[in-house]
Design a protein around this ligand. Structure first.
Ligand code: 5GP
Ligand code: MN
Length: 341
């Protein structure tokens, strides 16, 4: 966004508007934290704002302020459609392609003729937005919302609710401030958020220390399924639908499991394959350390994308076939995977 666009945007936001704010489908901490924080900020500017999520969010985020007011597109379709059609402005946060909202919401968004504003940190954005605030080297969309608030010269509007939501999103997207995308700017921002009332220890507990016994046992099953391909510095984990059912799986229960692969010495590429019989897909998460680019890997092979060191994708084959395809594919990438991180 250049100076001229910023001024146009400032003028646009001078008068009260009807605004919808949208995270991606299956929203994570960054998607929920950034949309709610932006909602509170825009409300303070006098706008009428609704967060519309394509579908539900995991239970470990249900303590976020006002998360109970989020409209779920798949469950409250009529209301969501009405709000979208009436919106003067639609902000899309933490994604950069309508396809990331799911097929049905995508087709609605494609037909709507309004002003779209993108705030996002993923690579290769589509060009649906009139205003784009996207930086791929930033830790999280929450950090970009924080910058956006500063661009509008309104940091004094950051209150406890905004600080809490932004803190939660940055924390979850940076693996608690340890991924390389965590910068000194991130830490300066975090210090400010704590000053404004974000309770860092409580936020951490709300997100990480609210597990059920089933969830911990599911982690045990996942770790038992760990498969190491030492020659490719790769580790993968799989969870079948049956294993999920046995542990009464709820959305969010598998969050973070993929990272255990990367905690092994000598592993630079970690993957988890999760069977989803209802959607007839295998949901895949990719994580890497160093130069191995999982965004490209996910785009080229598994209908996905994301960032260099964290990406997602899906396969339409069986779990067994997906894994054998994956093992076969590694040969093609052997040069990159044998380079020490
Ligand atoms: P996860 O593995 O946690 O689902 O996703 C890891 C990262 O990749 C997140 O930043 C997520 O938003 C992104 N991501 C996941 N799936 C896709 C996808 O299908 N396309 C794109 N472009 N990004 C994805
Ligand atoms: Mn994000």
């Amino acid at each position: 966004m250049d100076e001229r666009q910023l001024n146009t945007l400032k003028t646009l936001l001078e008068k009260p508007k009807k605004i919808a704010v949208i995270p991606h489908r299956n929203p994570d901490g960054d998607a929920m934290g950034s949309t709610l924080a932006l909602q509170f900020f825009l409300e303070k500017l006098g706008h009428s704002v609704t967060v519309i999520s394509p579908n539900s969010f995991p239970h470990f985020l249900d303590w976020l302020p006002k998360s109970e007011n989020v409209v779920l597109f798949d469950q409250e379709n009529k209301k969501a459609n009405q709000l979208l059609e009436q919106a003067d402005i639609i902000f899309t946060l933490d994604f950069n392609s309508f396809s990331r909202t799911g097929k049905e919401m995508q087709s609605v968004l494609e037909k709507i003729n309004t002003t779209f504003i993108m705030i996002d940190h993923h690579q290769q954005p589509d060009d649906y937005a009139e205003f784009m605030f996207n930086k791929t080297n930033t830790s999280s969309t929450c950090e970009l919302v924080y910058e956006f608030i500063h661009l509008l010269n309104k940091p004094n509007l950051i209150d406890k609710a905004i600080a809490t939501c932004l803190y939660a999103g940055v924390m979850t997207d940076t693996g608690s401030f340890r991924f390389p995308s965590t910068s000194s700017n991130t830490h300066r921002m975090i210090a400010h958020l704590i000053d404004e009332g974000a309770d860092n220890s409580l936020i951490h507990q709300n997100i990480f220390d609210t597990k059920s016994p089933d969830q911990l046992k599911l982690l045990g099953t996942a770790l038992n399924n760990l498969h190491i391909l030492k020659e490719y510095q790769t580790a993968y984990i799989s969870l079948s639908q049956q294993e999920l059912d046995e542990h009464h799986y709820k959305k969010g229960d598998t969050e973070g499991i993929v990272n255990y692969g990367l905690s092994l010495q000598g592993i630079i590429f970690a993957v988890i394959f999760i069977e989803n019989q209802e959607e007839e897909i295998i949901k895949i998460s990719f994580r890497s350390k160093g130069d191995f680019d999982v965004n490209t890997f996910a785009r080229e092979n598994f209908n996905g994308g994301g960032h260099k060191n964290a990406a997602g994708g899906r396969s339409f084959k069986s779990l067994h076939h997906t894994i054998s395809d994956f093992e076969e594919l590694l040969k093609k990438y052997s040069k990159q995977l044998k380079i020490k991180a």
